[in-house]
Design a protein around this ligand. Sequence first.
Ligand code: C2E
Ligand code: CA
Ligand code: CA
Ligand code: CA
Length: 283
Amino acid sequence: AKSQGGNRMVAFEQEMREQALLRSSLEADLRLAIERAELFNVYQPVVGLLADGRMDPGAGVEALVRWRHPIRGLVGPVDFIGIAESTGMINAIGSQVLATACRDFVAWQRALGDRAPRLLAVNLSRAQLTQPGLCDQVAAILAASGMPAAQLQLEITESLAAQGADIQQQLLDLKQLGVKLALDDFGTGYSSLSSLHLLPVDTVKIDRSFVSLAASSAHHKVLIEATVLVARSLGMTTVAEGIETVEQANVAHAQGCDKGQGYLYSRPLESAVLLEWLNQRQE
Ligand code: C2E
Ligand code: CA
Ligand code: CA
Ligand code: CA
């Protein structure tokens, strides 16, 4: 048993070493990825949840970044956003994601008119939110792209929003620009329903972990219902994240969620494919 434990230790150390190697190689590659334009946006529809199971396909989209790595293939954000944050590369990446998304959104408006998505959601990371120049950067991107501020929704996570006075001020400054704010992954962090009124957000996105359990767990169903009631009383709208089944969609709608997002409606799509999706869905 002792030698087995020793083997496990060796395996563990090797695993750690491999992780560290992978990280430093990805870090070096990520610096080049920005210059070589290997990063691109995909867009996932966020639909309006209407009565009797119908949905409004034009409610909005969320921009999600992807990395086409020359050797590793497609790399998702969970594998590189952390590296980008700890190395400061997130500011360059974040502004590129935002600028591209705004340009794409304006192009959809031209191509689709009133059938275009009405809202563009873009994720902000902690490092971006603590950066003093963020508001000027967002304002410059809005001006350069012709993106209407009121149709941009910046998404922040719960843990971030609960931070100190400087982040609160940054959020208020962003709101001054006329953009909307959403609280992402609600339910996974430490803040709670009782502190929702302290945050200057317009929308609460209920985390997938609740939505996926809501069809089978009365407890999670009640948590969604309570979130919707509190959010609504504060004038906020709600989005159910990660809807994969019709049953989950029905529960989300029955509990009063305004919008839904998930594989049931669509996976994240490249811009041209999103245009097709929107064209096909409009009645
Ligand atoms: P998020 O903001 O909560 O985005 C939703 C994630 O859930 C996306 O993963 C999306 O593909 C996935 N998803 C959507 N519907 C379903 C579903 O029905 N089932 C399942 N299993 N998953 C679903 P993705 O694209 O891998 O992004 C992961 C996270 O990385 C995002 O979570 C966000 O926190 C972060 N992220 C993505 N793009 C950016 C970005 O441009 N900037 C920053 N700072 N973070 C980003
Ligand atoms: Ca998000
Ligand atoms: Ca989320
Ligand atoms: Ca998430």
